[in-house]
Each structure stands twice: as structure tokens, then as C-alpha cells.
Design a binder for this molecule. Structure first.
Ligand code: MN
Length: 501
């Protein structure tokens, strides 16, 4: 995933009123700002400076071009001078890409001793951007507003955060996700309206019977399995029984066969993620464990028990976080530690935690699963590092989707966990265990999430704005009384058919 292949267009608004010299300076300044953004290590995507727009037709054209450009993930707008906003109506009416309104000014400081009317004519964003902003508010267009000098680190950081969110959103458009089998029987939160998701989010979810995958797995060559087994032995601490000559080596080979087959299926179908369920594994000897863990690390989305919404979310978050240290993984709130004054959640799954969040070289082990009635699956076992993180959950409320984020702080395990045969994370939810868990449940959050070490609440909020998603944050300032009201007010807001789907 190379985010530098993606473009954000910097579109500067003006009008013909000011004459050629001013417009020349406007264009020059826009170019300087775009260059600075491109030379900044803080911004992950490429900024493309577009010619200054001065008429309704130019605005309509650049918005139309942005829509159809396969690499343009969003636009940054800036009104260096005044740009009467009615000129923007036609363009904004057709624009389908996310907008960041950059409210900046070329000069950082007022040139106290030199300032004259020429300077005032050129540097008008303080009021020009207000005219533009008014129209977007009037048109009810969701956008990000970044206010500050363009050389300020906070400004760059906000632009980068939004750009990463836009990259995730862009990745969803036309994306394909495959479900092997259906949903885990009787489970509510992993279900949802796939037609509505495709209309709102742009990705499609379709099912293949597990037999289709079994067939591809059956075609994997022994040489290809040999190679992958050596890779496992090089990369992980493989337990003795799984090693060549070991009693269970055949199970490791089977795990490698499953990984090769799954990879081939996903690549041939151009899929960006998948789901499976332990209730439907006909013809598979093991529930995919290490295969799923490694495919996630390679960038594929995953959701267990048919959870396609989480699979798509994991994928989007992996794209948003591309190149950042730390990882993103499918996750489940598994077990609690209710020790007074040190309350913790242990996050894990039956097998499928992404190795991108491992704090050291994972060990490759085999243990019984306990459910599903299949052979023992091979899996990677590891701890995950401490530090700030988030859990994000996308749920279907019947009339709309809700994106829920809980800020957490991960902590190192208090003691060794020698008998726990799965990868795990320990965290404390904000604002605290009592309120954090209650808030999550009140908001209807799923037990499945995407756990992220390198994205923050703002990435997800920016993403939600682009997706037209309700966004609920459970963080340091969450208060249950306030949250209960917020959820009720949101219900009223989304009872409007234009907001709900
Ligand atoms: Mn689960």
C-alpha cells in the first residue's frame, strides 16, 4: 500500500475581479503551499495543485474531474481571495469526493510597517473562506475544516489525518469482500444490510460456499507448501512438534496449504478481505488460524463468524494506517480482570489476531480449539505492546450504521500467561472500566472490533464524515448521562429520512 500513489487536489478559489497580477500571485502561492506539503514528511499522500478556479464553469469542471479521477481521494479547498460562493453551487452539487476546507493565509504575519491595500486585496482568506464555508453549511455538506497557518505542524498533522481517512474511504469504493459460509447461527451484531452497505459505503460483500475454497486449497502444490513451511520456520519460534520430523509437522503443512489456497482465492477474486465461520468448515481440516493472521498482516481485512462489517473496517483501517509503526487487527473483548484499581480487558479471539500488533517474534503453536469439531489449528501466539490504542466497531442499527470508537490504553500483561494458547492484548478502556464498558454496551457496540495501535479517534471521525456515518466516541470525557442524551438526539437526527438511509 503506497499512499504516495494517491492524490489530494488543492483547489484555490478566486474570481476575475482582482486582475491578472493578483491572480498570478494567488496561483504562485498555491503552488508554494502544495510543494511544501509534498516535501513534508508529515503528509503521506501526494498533493496536486490545480489551476485557480475563477468561474462557475471552472469549478464545475474541476469537481467533475475529481469525481472520475481514479487516484484523487479528495480535495482541499482554499479561498486565498474572495470567491463568491454561489459560483460553487453547481460544482459542489456533483462532487462525490471528500472535502477538506483549509482555512489558511499565505502570510503568517501581518507586515506591520508595509501593509497596504494591495496586501489586503491579496490576503482575503479571513473573509473569503467564511463566504465559502457558509455555502457548505447551507448545502449541508459534511467536510473537515482545518484552520491555521499552512506551515504550522498542527495544520500538517490535521491534513495528514484527514488524508489517511480519505485513503481508507477511497479504498472501499468498488472493493470486494468474500464470505466463506454465512453468519454464525443466531448471532445478531455480525449481521447487517449488505445492499445498504454497498449503496452507502461502495463495497460489495458476496458469499462463496466453503467448498469453492476447499477446491482451491486442494490444488496447492507440495513445493509451494515446502516454501511456506520454511518461511514459518525462519520467521517464527515454531514449536518442536510442528517442526520437520516433529509429531505434528503434518498439521503445519496443512496450515500452510490453507494459507496458500486462501491467498490464491483472494488474489484471483480481487478481494480485499474475507470472513469465515467455525460452523461451516466442510472439507477444511482446520479452522484457518495462522493463515488468517498472516493475511491480515499482508493487508487483508478479516471478520470471524461471518462478520463482514468488521472485515471491511479492518481493511479500511489498514489502508489508513499504511506506513505507520504499529498495527491493526481484528479483535474481540474476551475476558475481564476486575481487580479493584487495576481493571483490564483481555482482548483476543479463538485464533485470529493480526501479527502486526505483536510485541516480539510470535511463536507458532498447535492446540485444540474446543469448538467446531475440526483438527487442532496452528496459530501464532504473542503479546502486544503497551500504549494508546482504539477499538472501533461498525454496527447496523436498522435505519443506519453507527461507527463506535473507544479510546483505550494498552498495558503489558501483569504476569506470564503460559497456558493461554492465543495472541492477546490487555487494555484499560477510557474513561474507566466501569463507564467505558457501560457506554459501549449502551451504544450497541459489537464484541468484534478493529483494534488499532496507530490510528486515533480523529482518523475515525474524519472517516465517518466521509461515509455519512453516525460517529460515537467513548473517550476520556465520556459521561454516561451525556452519552445517553447524545444517542437519543442522534436517533432524532437520523429519523429524518435524508440523514437515515
Ligand atoms: Mn468472535
Amino acid at each position: 500500500m503506497d499512499l504516495k500513489k494517491l492524490e489530494v487536489w488543492l483547489i484555490t478559489g478566486s474570481q476575475h475581479l482582482y486582475g491578472d497580477e493578483t491572480l498570478r500571485q494567488v496561483a504562485e502561492h498555491s503552488g508554494i503551499i502544495a510543494d511544501a506539503f509534498n516535501h513534508s514528511t508529515q503528509i503521506a499522500i501526494r498533493i496536486v495543485c490545480k489551476p485557480t478556479v475563477k468561474t462557475p464553469d471552472e469549478i464545475f469542471r474541476v469537481c467533475s474531474d475529481a469525481n472520475i479521477s481514479p487516484d484523487c481521494i479528495g480535495i482541499i479547498t482554499w479561498m486565498h481571495t474572495f470567491s463568491p460562493a454561489k459560483m460553487w453551487i453547481r460544482g459542489l452539487n456533483v462532487l462525490h469526493k471528500p472535502i477538506l476546507h483549509l482555512h489558511t493565509q499565505f502570510n503568517r504575519d501581518i507586515p506591520w510597517s508595509d501593509i497596504d491595500m494591495d496586501f489586503m486585496n491579496l490576503n482575503q482568506s479571513a473573509h473569503g473562506d467564511r463566504e465559502f464555508g457558509h455555502l457548505l453549511t447551507r448545502m449541508r455538506i459534511d467536510r473537515k475544516i482545518v484552520a491555521g497557518h499552512w506551515q504550522d505542524e498542527k495544520t500538517l498533522d490535521q491534513i495528514n489525518t484527514w488524508s489517511r481517512a480519505a485513503a481508507g474511504w477511497h479504498d472501499w469504493q468498488g472493493a470486494r469482500f468474500v464470505r466463506f459460509g454465512d453468519n454464525m447461527r443466531q448471532v445478531a451484531v455480525t449481521e447487517g444490510d449488505k445492499v445498504e452497505a454497498e449503496i452507502q459505503f461502495g463495497y460489495s460483500v458476496n458469499t462463496h460456499g466453503i467448498g469453492d475454497l476447499v477446491k482451491v486449497i486442494g490444488q496447492v502444490s507440495e513445493e509451494s507448501i515446502d516454501k511456506l513451511v520454511s518461511e514459518y520456520e525462519e520467521k517464527y519460534v515454531v514449536s518442536d512438534s510442528l517442526r520437520k520430523g516433529g509429531q505434528r509437522h503434518d498439521s503445519l503443512r496443512e496450515a500452510a496449504r490453507i494459507e496458500r489456497g486462501l491467498t490464491a482465492f483472494l488474489e484471483e477474486g480481487n478481494y480485499k478481505g474475507f470472513t469465515d465461520t467455525f460452523e461451516d468448515l466442510h472439507g477444511l481440516r482446520q479452522l484457518p488460524g495462522i493463515a488468517t493472521q498472516r493475511l491480515m498482516a499482508a493487508g487483508f481485512g478479516f471478520g470471524a463468524e461471518g462478520d463482514w462489517k468488521t472485515a471491511a473496517l479492518v481493511r479500511a483501517m489498514k489502508v489508513m494506517a499504511a506506513g505507520l509503526p504499529g498495527g491493526n487487527s481484528f479483535m474481540e473483548d474476551y475476558t475481564y480482570h476486575f481487580e479493584p484499581d487495576n481493571q483490564l480487558v483481555l482482548g483476543a479471539h479463538m485464533l485470529e489476531i493480526c501479527e502486526s500488533i505483536a510485541d516480539s517474534r510470535p511463536s507458532c503453536e498447535i492446540h485444540p480449539l474446543g469448538i467446531g469439531g475440526k483438527e487442532d489449528p496452528v496459530r501464532l501466539v504473542f503479546n502486544s505492546g503497551e500504549g494508546p490504542a482504539i477499538n472501533a466497531s461498525l454496527i447496523d442499527l436498522g435505519n443506519r450504521f453507527r461507527l463506535l470508537v473507544n479510546e483505550v490504553i494498552a498495558v503489558a500483561p501483569l504476569r506470564a500467561l503460559p497456558k493461554l494458547p492465543v495472541a492477546r492484548v490487555l487494555w484499560k478502556p477510557y474513561p474507566d472500566m466501569r463507564a467505558g464498558c457501560a457506554a459501549w454496551i449502551l451504544a450497541g457496540g459489537a464484541h468484534h472490533t478493529c483494534y488499532s495501535q496507530n490510528l486515533g479517534a480523529v482518523h475515525m471521525q474524519d472517516f465517518a464524515e466521509m461515509a455519512g456515518l453516525e460517529f460515537v466516541l467513548i473517550g476520556k470525557n465520556t459521561d454516561i448521562y451525556q452519552l445517553r442524551n447524545e444517542l437519543r438526539w442522534n436517533d432524532a437526527y437520523y429519523s429524518d429520512e435524508r440523514k437515515a438511509r
